[in-house]
Design a binder for this molecule. Sequence first.
Ligand code: ATP
Ligand code: MG
Length: 429
Amino acid sequence: MDHISDILGGARTGRETEIRGWAYRSRASAKTAFIVLRDSTGIVQCVASRDNFTEEKFKQISSITLESSLSIRGTVFQDSRAPTGYEIKISDFTIYQRNENFPISRDLGEEFLLDIRHLWVRSQEFTAMLKIRSTVFSAFSEFFHNEGFYEVHTPMMVSTATEGGSTLFKVPFFGEEVSLSQSAQFYLETLIFSLEKVYTVGPSFRAEKSRTWRHLTEYWHAEAEAAWLDNNGMMDVEERLIEHIVKRVLSERQNELGTIKRDISKLENIKAPFERIRYSEIIRNSEKYGISLKYGDDIGMDEEREITKRFDKPIFVTHYPSELKTFYHRPDPENPSEILCHDLLAPEGYGEIIGGGERIWEMDVLLNRMKAYNLNPEEYYWYLDLRKYGSVPHSGFGLGMDRVVMWICGLKSIRDAIPYPRTIRRIKP
Ligand code: ATP
Ligand code: MG
């Protein structure tokens, strides 16, 4: 059994082949039936001549319906008129399942396409996105593996909030109430004391109350944590990571980027280093970035859109005022009202894809910050223990994989970067 990519690669030309898949397109006359077959590797035109079949069999193949499943045996010819440059003259075929009324044709509404996402995933554009997504995930792991980080796994059901209570999902747990993990960070921090450099990729859950183009309630979170690294050191790692991911996609997914009509020149540009701009600089130059914010205001989604439209590479924004971020970020010893953190903003209006920075590693500083946030130290006893037994300077980050896929694919919404998006209004299919 061959795959369509074997045929498109030229290696089967003039020879017999057998492929199987789904009818992507079909049309027929009294004498000839054309079927474009698709499998996971591509599409190819197949043609059946009335002369080679009984009346009954020709009727079956010439009336094949969209997305019916079948296998085809035949001879491969090069043919520049065919959609992908090759054509198979069918000598025999088997229909596995003949469809009635596949529900997807052109021009359907967004909500309907989400209702039938389980069928829409078969489309050429979606398949291309899924392949790019697969490459992004493997490139991420490959990068960290090559950098000497260990992959670890952390619980999804937790009793300690990392990002504040407002986006916690509560679930019943044997008479108690626990939460779904918002981030693996605290657990990663515990593991650097044995492995020094760790990473994990898994879902994070956030009860985002409004539906935006870049928020899911369940998203794929790739996180890393490293002992002995400072804020700048972590940014060095991240810019090389992003460069690596984009490079892998460019070399491995040229066809798919073409299928979704991504402007590749925008990606070819993504090379480290990335500019590092302080929060205070952004505020000082508000006008230049097309925003109007004063010191102390958060840089929100809309502002990030304006700022990053003006860049053709990702940028780091560093040193936010401490009130704008959660409690664990390390204050800058030279100016303790600002923290040693960074967000990495993707260009073309996409905005934040990474949040990271140095973690507070001194016990007294952490206790003070927790007090300011009204957090109960007892609940965080294990997090505090890390500052009690052999504490070390360390940094980490969290990257939203679905956001990276959305940006690399040039998509309008994060919902199109994941097969089954979960948002405030959608839990099906
Ligand atoms: P935002 O300001 O966009 O809500 P955040 O500051 O809450 O993001 P972090 O807590 O820093 O995000 O999470 C780390 C990364 O996880 C973010 O940089 C982003 O890429 C991703 N992320 C966070 N929340 C979501 C979400 N609801 N859906 C998809 N990705 C998310
Ligand atoms: Mg958020």
